[in-house]
Write a protein that binds this ligand. Structure first.
Ligand code: 5GP
Ligand code: MG
Length: 460
């Protein structure tokens, strides 16, 4: 997954972009990059790791941060090709001048297009899918917005883009609207971002979502053009953004993600109304609001029974893998006084492999939990995502390979409940169950686009 942002018409464009990236850090921790343009020659800086480290590095010394327009990117991928070369934005020089692109999504017909481009003699510097958009743009003459439109028409799958050329900022979102992309304003500047929280944190105001299939062209603090390059009957926005990925303070479908998660918990409580317990406990952090909603509806006491250590990085987890209990306890440690001799409703957002969940449940048993009812604020994940969420292959998805009873046994829980798909959709769309705007393919294996087996997992 990735986070993207662009700011134009501001003397503070680069600092605002970096501050926005800090707010989008949860969408990608592996690499960070920023392209600066405007009154200065276009420059791109990239680094592996977190935005905060980058912000303080020599490269980012304040005198290099001039320019009135900028785009930025944070990247997350679990593949080995998480390298500086594949870090974004990608800046090129072509028939349109200097152009830079940052992408969130996954282009599902990437290999097919790449093969055609290779035959035509195209040279690739990266292994990520994003580069094909640059090739498609570079091969067509004419107005840049029209060229972006014709290029976008060739792409399948998930693509939210911010594109920078001199002082012009362009936002483009695929016609399914898989990944979010929103528009905001701060003083005389427009902002385009993956999430509204990044706009609000830097002092701006969220205006609206960029529509599925829409291209917005912004220059000198004005929307120069906005149009639909393609229109589809049904929008297919990733519902997992609301379950897990997006920040709780971001707005989606007219409500905060926090509100959607509270509703998920309320519906879960209705589904589990016959189950009695002493406390409702979230798995931090993403289970928090669903547990709160559960507690409000069920009137069962909300308790925080885990302490989360925010400083445990992946770099430690890997080498310490043979000390399994240690790594689990390092990240989340149960508080014995809260858990001991209690019947607990444990709420998490989702179960993917089931490995984290099993460890946490073991930890709770170790400190005396009497009964554990495990509740998930989404349905069983039975299919991989081809649109940007890094879910593993089907053989590693616990719910794709086990019955409810088998999972219950494996996890060693007294009951196991998943939020129904209908209740999830209602939670995410202001209670309107007829709102068919979501991609729910990880729960149904019904994919809204053709999927080729060679689909590249790059460019997340
Ligand atoms: P599991 O028990 O399946 O091993 O892990 C479930 C946990 O993984 C949940 O707490 C959920 O918040 C988290 N999770 C769900 N999707 C993702 C993802 O795409 N990336 C990461 N890092 N964690 C995820
Ligand atoms: Mg979690």
């Amino acid at each position: 997954m990735c986070g993207i942002i662009g700011v134009e018409n501001s003397d503070n464009a680069s600092v605002l972009t970096l501050a926005g990236l800090l707010t989008l850090q949860h969408r990608g921790e592996e690499s960070v990059g920023i392209t600066i343009s405007g009154e200065v020659r276009m420059k791109t800086f990239k680094a592996m790791g977190l935005v905060s480290k980058f912000f303080n590095s020599d490269d980012m010394l304040i005198n290099k941060l001039s320019g009135t327009a900028a785009i930025g990117h944070v990247r997350y991928t679990t593949s080995a090709k998480s390298s500086l070369t594949n870090a974004q934005p990608f800046q090129i020089n072509c028939i349109h001048g200097n152009i830079s692109v940052a992408h969130n999504g996954n282009i599902t017909n990437f290999l097919k297009i790449k093969k055609l481009l290779l035959k035509k003699g195209a040279i690739f510097n990266h292994t990520s899918d994003t580069e094909i958009l640059l090739h498609l743009i570079a091969m067509s003459k004419g107005d840049l917005a029209d060229v972006v439109a014709s290029s976008m028409r060739k792409l399948e799958g998930a693509s939210s883009f911010v594109i920078l050329k001199d002082k012009t900022l362009i936002g483009a979102r695929d016609d399914n609207g898989f990944r979010p992309l929103v528009l905001g304003k701060i003083n005389n500047s427009y902002i385009i971002s993956s999430e509204s929280a990044a706009i609000e944190v830097i002092g701006g105001t969220y205006i609206r979502d960029i529509k599925p299939g829409e291209i917005v062209v912004i220059e000198n603090g004005q929307i120069k053009k906005s149009f639909l390059y393609k229109k589809r009957k049904k929008q297919n926005t990733c519902v997992f953004e609301q379950v897990y990925f997006s920040r709780p303070d971001s707005i989606m479908f007219g409500q905060t993600i926090k509100e959607a998660r509270i509703k998920m918990g309320e519906y879960l409580a209705c589904q589990m109304k016959d189950i009695k317990a002493d406390i409702v406990m979230p798995v931090p952090d993403t289970g928090y609001f669903a547990a709160l909603g559960f507690s409000r509806t069920s009137k069962i006491l909300f308790e925080n029974g885990f302490v989360r250590n925010h400083y445990v990085g992946r770099s430690f987890i890997k080498p310490a893998q043979n000390l399994r209990d240690l790594t689990a306890r390092l990240k989340l440690r149960p508080i014995k006084e809260v858990v001991d001799n209690k019947e607990i409703i444990l709420v998490d957002d989702s179960m993917v492999r089931g490995t984290t969940s099993k460890k946490l449940i073991n930890l709770l048993r170790d400190v005396g939990a009497k009964k554990i009812h495990f509740a998930l604020s989404c349905p069983p994940i039975i299919g991989p995502c081809y649109y940007g969420i890094d879910t593993p292959n089907i053989e590693h998805l616990i719910a794709a390979n086990n019955s409810l009873e088998e999972m219950k046994k494996h996890l060693n829980v007294d009951s196991l409940t998943f939020l129904s798909l209908e209740n999830l959709v209602k939670s995410c769309s202001f209670g309107n169950k007829n709102e068919k705007v979501f991609c729910t393919s990880c729960f149904t294996r019904k994919y809204p686009t053709k999927i080729s087996i060679n689909t590249c997992k790059e460019g997340l």
